[in-house]
Each structure stands twice: as C-alpha cells, then as structure tokens.
Design a protein around this ligand. Structure first.
Ligand SMILES: [Zn+2]
Length: 184
C-alpha cells in the first residue's frame, strides 16, 4: 500500500471495512501527512454538521401561531381594559370640570357617553390597525430598524396622541354645546 491509496481511504473513511480501517490506523501512526489530512477532514465534516440549520420540531409552527394568537388576545383584553378605564376616567373628569352644571350634565350623560364611546371605539379600531402593522416590524427586531425610523414612529405616535386628545376636547365641546342649548 502506498501513501496515495491511504489518502484516498481517508476521504472515504466512512465506507471502509474493518480490515481497511486497521490498515489505515497503522499507516497513520507512521505518516504525519495523513494524520494532518484526517484531522482536516474531521474539522470540515464537523463544520458541515454543526452549521446545518436545526429543523423545527413537529408542530412548531402551530404552537408558534397559537402563542401569537394567545398573546394577541391578551393584548386586546388589556387594551380594551385600558381604553374603558380612560373613558370612565375622562367622563368623571369632564363631569367634575363642569361641576356647576351637574344637573344638566346628568340629563345629557347618556348622549355624552354614547358620543365619547363612539369616538373611542373609532380610535381603538384605528390604533389596533396601527399596532397590527407595527407588530411584525417589532418582531423582526428593533435592532434592524434604522434610527431614522424611530423618528418617523415618534411623529406617527405623536399624531395619534394629538388626534386622541382632540377627540376628548371635541367631547368637551359637545357637552358644553349641549348644556348651553339646555339653559337657553
Ligand atoms: Zn500517508
């Protein structure tokens, strides 16, 4: 057996029989070049096996979807709770800010409530749409977003906030107008 045939054996080591393996082991003891070649082969094959992507476990996608759905549901419940809290708090705030006109406000309360709830539901819907658009971006990773986008998001968010405050002030104007009509 010459050195070249042992080199060939090293490349196909997995297919060697027991006798061939023993002969190769014997040759490796005496040949530095073959030992190095074999070491390199091992490293390369390790690189291939370790760099291959691990395949997801069965049902992984379904579980992931379920988790997303569950999270979305929780978020929605939380969001609705917060919005209801804001509606109640702002209603109380509106009532207390026009404390002197309390009797007439009490008369118009159903209309005022209906009006503000309609406004808030509109905004709830809008904000929900916005978060639906933003969520995949957030999932992809905040780090991937260029800094300029933070600026855009900040402006967008301020816009939503301003519009929301505007809807409150509109409700206030509605109350004022309503109670003015009552007193005239
Ligand atoms: Zn050799």
């Amino acid at each position: 057996m010459n050195h070249q045939s042992f080199e060939r054996w090293i490349y196909q080591e997995a297919n060697l029989d027991k006798d061939q393996t023993n002969k190769l082991e014997e040759h490796l003891k005496t040949c530095q070049a073959c030992r190095e070649l074999r070491q390199n082969m091992k490293e390369v094959s390790h690189l291939f096996t370790s760099s291959s992507l691990p395949s997801p476990q069965p049902g992984f996608t379904e579980r992931w979807k379920d988790r997303l759905k569950e999270r979305e549901k929780k978020q929605r419940v939380k969001f609705t709770g917060i919005t209801l809290g804001i509606i109640i708090a702002s209603t109380f705030l509106l009532i207390s800010s026009v404390g002197g006109q309390l009797p007439s406000i009490m008369d118009s309360l159903p209309q005022v409530l209906f009006h503000s709830v309609t406004q808030f539901v509109n905004w709830l819907f809008f904000i929900n749409q916005v978060t639906r658009i933003l969520e995949p971006i957030i999932q992809v990773g905040i780090k991937l977003i260029p800094p300029a986008w933070y600026f855009v998001f900040a402006i967008g968010f301020s816009g939503v906030l301003i519009a929301w405050l505007f809807s409150i002030s509109e409700s206030l104007v509605f109350i004022r107008r309503y109670s003015d009509e009552k007193t005239q």
